[in-house]
Design a protein. Structure first.
Length: 402
């Protein structure tokens, strides 16, 4: 069975020859640059390119030499820059970043990124590992009518200018991945709605909009949805024959519970997700993978109704995310793409036995009758020892056969 067939069978809730494995197929199932470079050294690989495609999370592309060792069944179709340039990660190891992403040190020693107007839009504080967005361009608006003045910021969200690759170039890579590999191609389209509102308006203002200023919230979400649909129309016209899974994102949960009530979600967020996801599903015969961290169990029935086929990252340490119960309740309807190993505690701090037991437990819970793609919970962080990554991978190899 090919990797592609293995993933598709799992998404169809059929039993493949073995559990499919994802590492780096999405922007939320890969590795941060520091963890990746350390794993390369651990595996005896020479210095690679280490291309940081997600500059905020500091997530990198998995290179072919590591793919040959770890054998993931997926490959990402990313929006990339035309050119890369050398840079250094916070630990001093080498990497490449998009040419148009231009961090500079400020007087405090922080890395900061400015827009063409000279405003700081992102910051990596001294001693930190990640860039944070620090500017909300719609923070000052007081009415829905003012959104028109910010149409560019709204319509360009999730396709930032430093990822300047033409869509025709992405399509050529998609065709190459489809024809030259037997891997399941995952289109990383992101397409946030809730998170877009939080970043464009500011986290607290937008969460208050959802309750106290619904006219602004509805108008902004409608503009985002319209822009995403136009974008997807162009993208999928060129690439639909070559991709198998589309990734969309929106964090709905926190560690301790849902980010909002289900009723508020159904009123304010779900109608726009349903419209967008429905367009994607009608446009092409592919599977929809939805990423949301946190305690998202109450939203799963509504995600299913909106057209979601698979859920990532299955944050097992969050409230209500017991994998055995999730499989019993939703296993016939949704594929669990993640949950293979807790990264917050077990993968970072666990003993060899604890990591092996964690992998076996999650496979026992989630893999029965198909509907499971193994990957760790979210990206592997800088503080995860490379030895632990390989313990997880070796345990997965031991228990992955059906």
């Amino acid at each position: 069975m090919t990797s592609r067939e293995r993933v598709v069978k799992a998404l169809k809730h059929e039993v493949p020859d073995s559990i499919p494995f994802d590492l780096g197929g999405t922007e939320s199932s890969g590795m941060t640059g520091i963890a990746y470079n350390r794993l390369r050294t651990y595996l005896g690989l020479s210095q690679g390119q280490t291309q940081v495609f997600d500059v905020y999370q500091q997530v990198v592309k998995i290179e072919d030499d590591m793919r040959r060792i770890l054998k993931p069944d997926t490959v990402p179709l990313l929006i990339e820059p035309v050119r890369w340039r050398p840079f250094s990660l916070p630990d001093g190891s080498s990497c490449q970043i998009p040419e148009k992403w231009n961090p500079k040190k400020d007087e405090r020693g922080d890395w900061v990124v400015m827009n063409p107007a000279g405003r700081i839009v992102a910051r990596m504080p001294l001693g930190s590992y990640y860039f944070e967005p620090v500017w909300a361009p719609l923070a000052g608006i007081a009415s829905a009518s003012e959104l028109e003045d910010h149409r560019h910021e709204i319509e360009s969200f999730d396709w930032p200018p430093f990822l300047d690759e033409p869509v025709e170039s992405i399509a050529a890579r998609a065709k190459g991945l489809f024809e030259d590999t037997d891997l399941a191609v995952v289109a990383n389209l992101q397409l946030h709605l809730l998170a877009a509102g939080q970043q464009l308006r500011g986290y607290e203002p937008f969460m208050m909009d959802l309750i106290d200023n619904k006219e602004i919230a509805h108008a902004l979400l409608a503009m985002l949805t319209d822009a995403y649909i136009r974008r997807c129309d162009v993208y999928l016209n060129l690439m639909a024959p070559f991709i198998h899974v589309v990734l969309v994102n929106d964090d709905l949960g926190t560690q301790a519970g849902p980010m909002m009530s289900v009723d508020l979600y159904r009123e304010m967020i779900w109608p726009y997700q349903k419209r967008l996801f429905g367009f994607i599903k009608e446009k092409a015969d592919m599977f929809l993978l939805f990423h949301s961290c946190g305690a998202v169990r109450p939203f799963i029935p509504w995600l299913l109704e909106a057209g979601v086929d698979a859920l990532n990252p299955v944050q097992v340490s969050a409230d209500g995310m017991d994998t055995n119960q999730l499989k019993k309740e939703f296993g016939k309807d949704i594929t669990f793409w993640g949950g293979g190993c807790d990264t917050q505690y077990v993968l970072r701090d666990g003993s060899k036995r604890q990591i092996e037991d964690e992998v076996r437990r999650r496979i026992d819970d989630l893999a029965r009758d198909g509907g499971f793609v193994f990957t760790q919970v979210h990206n592997i962080q800088p503080d995860v020892p490379p030895k632990h990554v390989m313990i997880m991978w070796e345990a997965f190899q031991k228990y992955r056969a059906y």
